[in-house]
Design a protein around this ligand. Structure first.
Ligand code: GN1
Ligand code: MG
Length: 436
């Protein structure tokens, strides 16, 4: 409860909350333990960040009557019990279109479901995406049930369509699927405290652990070379050479920044080619808003957005956590002075990840945890810049120069990571040593 309140607190209220915490600690130690298990030191770290805490929860948007009717038609194609009562759009993610639909059973109980249309401009083979998602959710649910391995209480489930498959075709085409709604949870675009960072990293590490006995060959590469940073750079070069929208001149500084770092783009691919880091089943989109966090306890409950689950390098998964959890700035922040690499957040990520994935990742992977954050941040910066030069054809945009703003925050974060990379590497090694 304390943390739930603190999420919305202003600076004054935070002081009050911290005082309350101290009172609780001295007068009711048992409640204190209950409220803050088991990583108390993260609340301590949270104090130093209280000034820059920004609560951000995925916005829910009302929809037109026409869209509402389409949602109900699609929902009714799934084996959902009860009657459709309402629907909203969830404005999160740059790729798919997502709605939340509420159904009411005859006894009056209401249940919410997630209906999502796969973006076929991005996922050229949506049925392969569905096969991967089915394979991974089945594997995880089996383990949670039979082996009693759990990652946080709720798991992601696909609902069958009335035709028996786990997807249906929408009235205007498109492939739709239906998931259970993970209740009592929120997602965050910006991490508020180190406890959330620790939890998110532990959840993604647990996810990798849960699928570690699933052969990567079982999954299809739904977007070829998704995290092949040199190819991403090559694509940027091609688009820049053609400059279809005449925007290159205005982004010379960003373009040069990226080119100067060409020598690091192939590092992880080379380590893999040399046999030093293995291909595993990876999530490939581990941004912080892809983990559901319990609204009361700040514990990670479930990892979502399995569309890019594919064979990949686990470091790209850890790296995307660094990209999205260490900075207090939104991905599209225009005031670049707000972009920071907050060391305590990084430390919490390393601890959380090594707590759950530490048994199976190797020394070379540990040595590159910090580097992976820099690399994927550069890679996503390259992708936003490419899309900007191409005329915003891939990522959804909501304002002019949106992709350029996003690119700039990424490149700024690369700089901030470079400044602290040595200390970041040392920290990961220290934690690893301490656990041997
Ligand atoms: C896209 O839609 P969303 O936000 O889950 C993208 C990721 C990027 C991310 C950048 C399939 O993910 O690769 O890291 O935007 N997904 C795809 O925020 O390209
Ligand atoms: Mg995604």
């Amino acid at each position: 409860m304390l943390l739930a309140i603190s999420r919305k607190a202003n600076a004054c209220e935070i002081c009050w909350l911290l005082k309350l915490r101290d009172t609780l600690r001295s007068s009711c130690p048992s409640i204190f333990r209950l409220v803050l298990p088991p990583h108390r030191r993260f609340l301590k770290n949270c104090e130093s960040f209280s000034k820059i805490m920004v609560p951000t929860v995925s916005p829910i948007k009302a929809v037109s009557a026409e869209v509402l009717s389409a949602i109900s038609q699609i929902g009714n194609q799934f084996a959902i019990q009860g009657d459709f009562v309402e629907g909203h759009e969830i404005e999160s993610g740059h790729i798919n279109t997502t709605y939340m639909a509420t159904y009411e059973s005859p006894d009056g109980t209401r249940q919410r479901y997630i209906l999502q249309r796969i973006n076929q401009n991005v996922f050229k083979n949506p049925l392969a995406v569905m096969r991967n998602v089915e394979c991974v959710t089945r594997h995880i649910n089996w383990k949670v049930l039979r082996v009693k391995k759990d990652l946080g209480g709720q798991t992601l489930n696909l609902y069958p369509g009335r035709g028996g498959r786990f997807w249906v075709e929408g009235p205007n085409g498109g492939i739709w699927r239906c998931y259970n709604c993970i209740e009592g949870c929120q997602t965050y675009d910006v991490v508020e405290n180190t406890r959330q960072a620790y939890q998110a990293a532990r959840a993604f590490g647990s996810f990798q652990d849960l699928v570690s006995d699933l052969s990567p060959d079982q999954l299809e590469e739904t977007i070829p070379n998704f995290h092949h940073t040199p190819r991403r750079l090559q694509r940027l070069m091609e688009v820049a050479a053609a400059d279809p929208c005449g925007r290159l001149a205005s982004v010379r500084a960003e373009f040069d920044f990226v080119c100067q770092r060409e020598n690091i783009t192939g590092t992880l691919i080379h380590l893999h080619e040399e046999g030093k880091i293995p291909i595993r089943v990876t999530h490939n989109d581990t941004k912080i808003n892809n983990v559901m966090i319990d609204a009361e306890t700040d514990e990670a409950v479930c990892v979502i957005d399995l569309d890019t689950v594919m064979p990949g390098l686990s470091l790209y998964d850890f790296g995307d956590l660094v990209r999205t959890a260490t900075s207090p700035a939104e991905e599209d922040e225009t005031d670049l002075t707000k972009v920071q690499m907050r060391m305590p957040m990084y430390e919490a990520l390393v601890e959380g990840y090594l707590d759950s994935a530490g048994d199976f990742i190797n020394e070379v992977e540990v040595d590159h945890l910090a580097f992976s954050g820099k690399l994927i941040t550069l890679e996503i910066g390259i992708r936003f810049l490419t899309d900007y030069l191409e005329g915003d054809v891939y990522f959804k945009t909501h304002r002019e120069h949106h992709n350029l703003d996003r690119c700039r925050t990424q490149l700024e974060l690369v700089k901030r990571i470079e400044e602290q990379e040595e200390a970041m590497i040392k920290f990961a090694r220290k934690v690893r040593r301490g656990r041997k």
